[in-house]
Write a protein that binds this ligand. Structure first.
Ligand SMILES: Cc1ncc(COP(=O)(O)O)c(C=O)c1O
Ligand SMILES: *[C@@H]1O[C@H](CO)[C@@H](O)[C@H](O)[C@H]1NC(C)=O
Ligand SMILES: *[C@@H]1O[C@H](CO)[C@@H](O)[C@H](O)[C@H]1NC(C)=O
Length: 568
């Protein structure tokens, strides 16, 4: 099988940065050229920032949109007076701005609902933010051991203090010293742009233990959260509008936003709600055939397992079918496995795509190109603000790995403290270590509570009028279907809102519960959902579900005229 992935190092960002700098040089009168040339960096930072609570306030998004428009206006005005030679540059600007515009509008988890919720919060209303899978923001406490280790790494002078042993357990002190010895100057120094070799080795050992197959640290890159990794890989796969990426619908908007930012084509495949959000390979075939008939070259496929927003866990048989499909169709498989620790049932434990691929043996195990992603943001860690992630490449030729390394080098180095979080996540305290008991108690406590919350939530939704919800098998979300009566569709139309946005806004105003409308993730025509996280504190959960039910049932009664519900 030929190599699927032909790297285009001249990515859209590089091209844009270069061509726009060229244009700026031609135009001494361009009053704020840096706005234009800054643009690619800005938009990349912002999209990544959507999951970074600190960076992506509504103010920041609005400001960015304002600056974008402003920069576009300046560029247009200046370029008008120049001859046709720069017309291409203008059209580059324009399509990049349009892409950003689209990408930001697409970003449902920070969309209209979120902005309205922030406004209400400013007015003093109590808001329950269930729109982002951001556990610590909803009160989850950090695990003690990893914070001790990173604290010592951040403040190495504490290690010289004779009283350090009174504040920190000996295993945390030893680990901190170990990590510091892996760096060339502590947390303040850049690391290799693939991440610290010692941490990549810890990741490789974790993958080997998990899957029972060898893993090569040279094929593992540490990243600032999984988002950055996904963006790096998509950046390498997408050469232009003719390149298509298969993405599950409903999907997590990182994919739609990044693909539109990079100017590629999203090729949707629908997950089947009546089959518990399963993935039907016939469906996949149809999606690919249709895209190809439109001249799109489909190059990669994304799976999210366990699913966001749908919460399903893929079975081993399903994964095998997917891998065979990727082999036949010569697709790179992007396995988003950030929720691998978040499993709330025993029938379908998490199985990595890498393990299934290796189990399949030759020729699959030698040829299917797979990138799998992981993060410290999820699991029982929930360290979203630390921005730690990794990806592992399987069956990529050295030439391609080399190119990806070059692209990663543009950003110099992933966050070093985040790399240490990753090292700790893949190599936690072991039986016999001083911190083992406490670590186990804390992590089990979080996972068991999540499991109970998943059930409280699903049961709560299923007790509501016109609401049906599949059980949250994994990840951190519940994705109930809301069957809206015609009266509600009519009222939404009058209000100029998409029906599920209308419902979610009413829910927010009535109860303070901030959710994300299903339309932000994609859903079948005429079928409506909302997504909520299962993260609110367990003791608040019954009250939240009561208040949801009270609102929902009143809403349904208000608009009910007893026939013709929206439904699948
Ligand atoms: C499916 C999926 N992939 C990736 C991410 C991004 O995670 P990170 O914080 O590692 O960038 C998220 C975050 O919610 C997610 O839900
Ligand atoms: C999932 O939800 C759909 C829609 O309500 C339903 O048809 C299906 O039976 C559910 N599946 C399970 C396993 O509950
Ligand atoms: C790096 O990590 C620190 C703390 O771990 C965090 O405060 C910072 O925002 C991160 N920076 C980036 C660029 O992700």
């Amino acid at each position: 099988m030929p190599i699927n992935l032909n790297i285009t190092v001249g990515t859209i960002f590089l091209l844009l940065a270069v061509s726009c700098q060229g244009a700026a040089a031609l135009m001494p009168s361009l009053s704020e050229p840096c706005m234009v040339t800054d643009f690619p960096a800005l938009c990349r930072g912002t999209i990544n920032g959507q999951t970074n609570v600190n960076a992506a306030t509504d103010v920041a998004i609005r400001e960015l949109m304002k600056r974008t428009r402003h920069a576009r206006d300046i560029a247009k005005k200046e370029l008008q007076v120049l001859d046709g030679g720069v017309a291409t540059c203008l059209s580059n600007f324009n399509s990049a701005f349009d892409n950003l515009d689209k990408a930001l509008k697409n970003y449902a988890v920070r969309g209209e609902l979120y902005l309205r919720a922030s406004e209400l919060q400013k007015e003093g209303k109590k808001i329950i933010f269930t729109n982002v899978g951001n556990p610590h923001a909803l009160g989850q406490k950090p695990l003690t051991f990893p914070r001790q280790v990173v604290a010592l790494c951040q403040a190495p002078f504490l290690l010289d203090n004779p009283n350090v042993g009174m504040l920190f357990p000996a295993d945390a002190i030893a680990r901190a010293k170990h990590y510091l010895s892996l760096t060339s100057g502590g947390l303040g120094a850049y690391s290799d742009s693939r991440g610290l070799p010692g941490v990549r080795k810890e990741v490789a050992e974790f993958i080997e233990r998990r899957d029972g197959y060898p893993s090569d640290p040279e094929l593992i890159f540490l990243t600032d959260g999984a988002s950055k990794g996904v963006m790096q890989i998509l950046n390498c796969v997408i050469r232009g509008a003719g390149d298509g990426i298969l993405v599950p619908v409903p999907q997590y908007p990182l994919y739609s936003a990044t693909i539109s930012l990079l100017g590629g084509s999203l090729v949707p495949y629908y997950l089947d709600e009546s089959e518990n959000w399963g993935l039907d390979v016939n469906n996949l075939r149809q999606s690919v055939a249709q895209a190809r008939s439109q001249g799109i070259s489909v190059r990669a496929m994304v799976i999210i397992n366990p699913g966001n927003p749908t919460g399903q866990c893929l079975s081993e048989a399903n994964l095998r079918e997917i891998l065979r499909f990727c082999y036949n169709e010569k697709l790179v498989l992007l396995g988003d496995e950030v929720y691998q620790q978040n499993i709330y049932q025993d029938e379908r434990p998490f199985i990595s795509s890498k393990k299934v691929l290796m189990d399949m043996g030759s020729p699959f195990s030698k040829e299917v190109q797979l990138v799998s992603f992981h993060t410290v943001s999820k699991g029982y860690w929930g360290e979203c603000g630390q921005r730690g992630g990794y990806f592992e490449m399987t069956n990529f030729p050295p030439r391609v790995v080399e190119e990806i390394y070059k692209v990663a080098s543009i950003a110099l180095s992933p966050n070093v403290s985040a790399q240490i979080f990753m090292g700790l996540m893949v190599n936690p305290p072991k039986p016999g270590d001083i911190s083992y008991d406490q670590f186990t108690r804390e992590s089990k406590g979080i996972l068991e509570s999540l499991r109970r919350r998943a059930k409280i939530m699903t049961d709560g939704f299923n007790s509501c009028k016109n609401v049906v919800c599949n059980f949250t098998e994994g990840a951190m979300y519940s994705f109930p279907q809301i069957r809206l009566p015609p009266g509600a569709l009519q009222a939404a139309k009058q209000a100029g809102k998409v029906p599920d946005v209308f419902y979610c806004l009413k829910l927010l105003e009535a109860t303070g519960i901030s959710t994300v409308p299903g339309s932000g993730f994609g859903q079948k025509e005429g079928v409506f959902h909302l997504r909520t996280t299962i993260l609110p504190a367990e003791e608040e959960m019954p009250e939240i579900m009561d208040s949801f039910k009270k609102f929902n049932d009143a809403f349904m009664t208000q608009y009910d005229n007893n026939f013709g519900y929206s439904r699948m």
